[in-house]
Write a new protein. Sequence first.
Length: 348
Amino acid sequence: MLDGKLRIAPICYHVLHQVPVMVAHEMNYLYDEGLKTADGSLAYTISHDSMLPFGLEKLAIAQAMKEKSVDIALDVQPRTVFYQRARGADLYIIAGWRNQHTNVWIGPPHIKSLQDLKGKRVGISDFNSIRHWAIQIQLKKAGLDLERDIEWVRVGITHHLMKNAIRTGKVECVPVPTWHAEEMKQEGCNVLVSPADQYPNGRPERVVAATGRILEERPDLIKSFLKGLIRAYWFVRDMPKNHEYLINLDKRVRFLSPDPEERIVENHPARTPRDLEAMPFPIHGRATGFEDMLKEEERLGDLNYNVPAISEVCAQDLVTEAYKELLSRKELEAEHQRVSAVAQRWGY
């Protein structure tokens, strides 16, 4: 905390990762759930700047949070927290963020399996991104050498850029949402792997992390934050009711970004109601699927340290309490029922 206020900041520069917390702020969920001072002012601050250059979080997140007085870090890769906890860092997973991999990996007509990618180019949004992480796991399962058999190509983050990379022959494999995959299958493309089918218990692609100090000293503030965040998750996936607001919010946040790729609205076509409804923000707020995640990290050879137990890394008791308290409120019943139907339809 700094000046008596909870400090919240994203670890990643991608603007989409700021949308839920900005919903919680602009819709007054954080304030209404208790993040206010005795005189009625805000008891929190939200930074729009990422704490670290992309890809460095595994090594430096704890130090960055210390130097910037950050209590809650958004959109953190869970393996980052396991690595940091193994080194004694005062950092814990307190909630889920993106709790499923929503893309399938697709190739042009002449690529019919992951094995066919040997010696080929694979398109990713960013090095060390969750898409890069996800396809490495699948390629390793398929028996490919990630360094010698694959040429990695950064093609950009949007679905439009990914699809064009296949259509123009820039790469032989990219990730796209399932509904775009159906469109590309009609062009003769092939779905090479669907990670979501492999993770019925969820896959914690990104999580929310907090320092042990704030959890010990002000659990009340953390619970208030988590109640506001869960309500924001519901809001984002409640379509088409909240679509227009979210499109405009995305534009507002983009104009705050100093990154040239993120800042220009025209580079990021508006997300459809289907895009937003399919966002894997868990309606209960919890991160799940750590057991499978750790097994796959071991398969990749990335667990070259004494891995702490999940119970020593996760502190999700407050998010469980927050969700239970929200469910007890009559005024939220209809909203929860709508988003529960959405989650059932998508499977997460």
